[in-house]
Design a protein around this ligand. Structure first.
Ligand code: DUC
Ligand code: ZN
Ligand code: ZN
Length: 484
């Protein structure tokens, strides 16, 4: 007779391609059987009672305990950040080992492992941030690190401590092509932002809401177009991260029409927040600092364009871009004081716990996307894009037993999201008051219960580092061949 550590019975299983009722047998952290009326001995049986069961979320864009250059401190470390993820149904996170200019990538990776080891409660991989693309980095370090399981990298077109010039971007893309890595691009034009910021501040327009004016859509559109052109030049795919609105969407649509392999990510802030959220509230003039992130939330029309892009296939993934800074206290949003000009407010908002429940509520239960597209955007595609599939990102025999059993609220029983429900160390949520129609009843990470019926049950150190496969075959030969 077969034996299992755990059987999840009567699951209403939804993957990116299928939906069916079955029992799921789990042994040693893996799914080993899926069948109707699974028989055998089990250490534990959980009856899912026909509830929706999806693969655990893969959040391909989070910032945890990442060193900063201005003295700001991310409010979540690997324990609190992964705890928050688990309670919201995410079972894998991919934060960033960020190279400091003048230092090696290897130093960033070693430092980041020290920050994660013994703390994470769910599995994690690392992206690399390349902020100093020297020949030593592009010709030696990157190829070695890619071969060791760090197969995705992020590059910035803005932020003084991170940004690369076009020539450096080309060098990084050429390395990614040759070694089969995925390049994520933060697309905003740095000089446009610098010029607008200088003039806004000189005119006394320094309140949080002017953050949006300093980074209008054209700034993102131009950089998105340039990134696409550089990707075409080097003949290698890129992923444009945190796409915020129509003009960037148009560029991606145009590129796809040319047959270019351009992938796109969006985030909950571009679906649920708008420029209005950067305004003061009552006497609280700093209130808008809570929603300062880059690119900034746009208007309702742009929100609709982003929803359309989820439905029509334009977007490849939805990530949280969880970048939490406390609203109170001296090391977060008020780093430069209560009256700080917008350009001195740390960029980023929390969201790793709310990503799945908000998208399932407003997206699937709100009738905008179907359940398969939800799973694809939040789990399967990030796992594929970053070389973790099929270990992560699906419900299949052989995959890790990373599962979410959902509690769907009856009509009329919807809940308003509050900060008190959440498990991040960040002292606020920008999504306060949003309507929830569901929440995970149970999250399993490699077969271990990490969240059940409102109780967090995992231990620091339960999560394991996941080396990533190369997302694509390395391409031998020079990209120049295309132009000769
Ligand atoms: N923008 C980023 O690019 N990263 C972190 C947070 C943010 O707002
Ligand atoms: Zn970014
Ligand atoms: Zn980010």
């Amino acid at each position: 007779m077969d034996t299992y550590d755990l059987i999840v019975k009567n699951a209403d299983i939804a993957t990116s391609g299928d939906r069916y009722q079955a029992d799921i047998g789990i042994r040693a952290g893996r799914i080993v059987a899926i069948a109707k009326d699974l028989s055998g001995e089990a250490g534990e049986v959980i009856d899912a009672l026909g509830r929706l069961v999806t693969p655990g979320g893969v959040d391909g864009h989070v910032h945890l305990d990442q060193p900063t250059s201005d003295g700001a401190v991310f409010s979540d470390d690997f324990f609190t950040g992964t705890r928050s993820a688990a309670c919201g149904g995410t079972t894998t996170v991919i934060p960033f080992a960020a190279q400091q200019k003048g230092h090696s990538l290897q130093e960033a990776v070693d430092d980041y492992h020290r920050r994660a080891d013994g703390k994470a409660v769910i599995d994690y991989a690392f992206h690399l941030i390349v902020s100093d693309a020297t020949h030593a980095v592009t010709r030696e370090e990157l190829p070695r690190l890619i071969s060791q399981g760090y197969t995705s990298l992020k590059i910035y077109m803005t932020y003084d401590d991170m940004k690369l010039g076009d020539r450096q971007i080309i060098e990084v893309l050429a390395t990614a092509r040759q070694h089969g890595a995925m390049t994520m691009v933060h697309a905003e034009n740095s000089d446009c932002i610098g010029w607008l910021t200088e003039h806004l501040l000189a005119a006394g327009l320094a309140a949080p809401s002017y953050h949006g004016n300093s980074r209008p859509m054209v700034v993102e559109r131009e950089a998105t177009h340039r990134a696409i052109a550089l990707s075409e030049l080097v003949d290698t795919p890129i992923l444009i991260v945190h796409v915020s609105g129509q003009e960037a969407v148009e560029q991606i649509h145009w590129a796809r029409g040319r047959g270019l392999p351009i992938y796109a990510e969006t985030c909950p802030q571009y679906l649920f927040l708008s420029a209005d959220d950067l305004q003061p509230q009552g006497d609280d003039h700093a209130h808008g600092m809570r929603c300062i992130c880059s690119p900034p939330p746009r208007d309702k029309g742009n929100q609709q364009v982003i929803w359309n892009g989820l439905a029509n296939g334009l977007f490849t993934i939805v990530s949280s871009d969880h970048a939490p800074f406390n609203y109170h206290g001296p090391r977060g949003k008020r780093l430069a004081g209560e009256q700080a000009p917008f350009n001195q407010v740390p960029n980023g908002i929390p969201g790793v716990e709310t990503r799945l429940p908000l998208l399932l509520s407003a997206g699937v239960l709100g009738g905008r996307i179907d359940i398969h597209r939800f799973v694809e955007l939040t789990s399967t595609n990030p796992a594929r894009l970053y070389g973790l599939y099929p270990k992560k990102g699906t419900i299949a025999v052989g995959s890790d037993a990373d599962l979410v059993v959902w509690n769907m609220f009856e009509p009329g029983q919807e809940q308003a999201l509050t900060h008190a429900m959440l498990h991040s160390a960040c002292d606020y949520t920008p999504y306060e008051g949003q309507t929830l129609r569901c929440w995970p009843a149970l999250t399993l990470s490699r077969g271990r219960t990490v969240w059940r019926d409102g109780v967090f049950t995992a231990q620091a150190g339960d999560g394991q580092f996941q080396p990533c496969l190369r997302p694509r075959e390395p391409v031998a030969g020079s990209p120049l061949a295309k132009w000769l």
